[in-house]
Ligand binder design. Sequence first.
Ligand SMILES: C[S@@+](CC[C@H](N)C(=O)[O-])C[C@H]1O[C@@H](n2cnc3c(N)ncnc32)[C@H](O)[C@@H]1O
Length: 221
Amino acid sequence: MEQQEPQLILCEDGSHTIFLPALNETYHSTRGAIPESVHVYLNNGFLPVLKPGLLKVLEIGYGTGLNALLTAIEAQSRGQETEYHSLEPYPLSKEIWSALNYGQLLAEEPLWNQLNEAQWNEKQKLTALFTLLKDKVKLEDVLLPDAYYDVVYFDGFAPRKQAELWGVSNLKKLYQAMKPGARLVTYTAKAQLRRDLITVGFEAGLVKGPPGKKDMIVAVR
Ligand SMILES: C[S@@+](CC[C@H](N)C(=O)[O-])C[C@H]1O[C@@H](n2cnc3c(N)ncnc32)[C@H](O)[C@@H]1O
């Protein structure tokens, strides 16, 4: 996948997302970026794995930083110490991320700016409870520790647009990097992905999807 010129668009709920014309793909559902991210990654990913001590999140596709912002807010309100590792080979320019309205809609502009201004490839403690590492790297190329993460947010472009990202070798890499019992969540309900997750060793099932989508996949190592 080559880098494309991103455009800002408004979703039906009033939150922004990004559209990539050359891929004909948006970063979120146009029904609403915030409700989709809350449903898929917070409600089905982060909240079910809350625990005493440090919780480790891996995100595939930092994109706009919306999932990171929502998770940092939730970590703060739940008192959950959280380490957030996000992979992104094609960071958005400041011109684009600073025009997005997530900080304003969630009344967290200072935190939003902090997340997006954080240096790439450097672990940084942003709040007493939230540490961020934004890695400018592809999932295919990153080296991940074994049995480390409690939850994986798999938020790449749709499998039909970026098949290689969802391939079995990447799924094996994620399985290996997750703790036994850890969860992988994604907005897609693609049957081939579910079969591949099962082949790799996950228990993978469907749960109710975000607004506008019937189902989504949750997989447990
Ligand atoms: C659906 S969008 C991300 C949504 C993001 N989580 C957000 O809340 O804005 C997919 C992201 O995956 C990134 N991406 C593309 N190829 C990738 C790869 N090989 N490894 C990791 N991320 C990739 C894209 O650049 C894009 O930012």
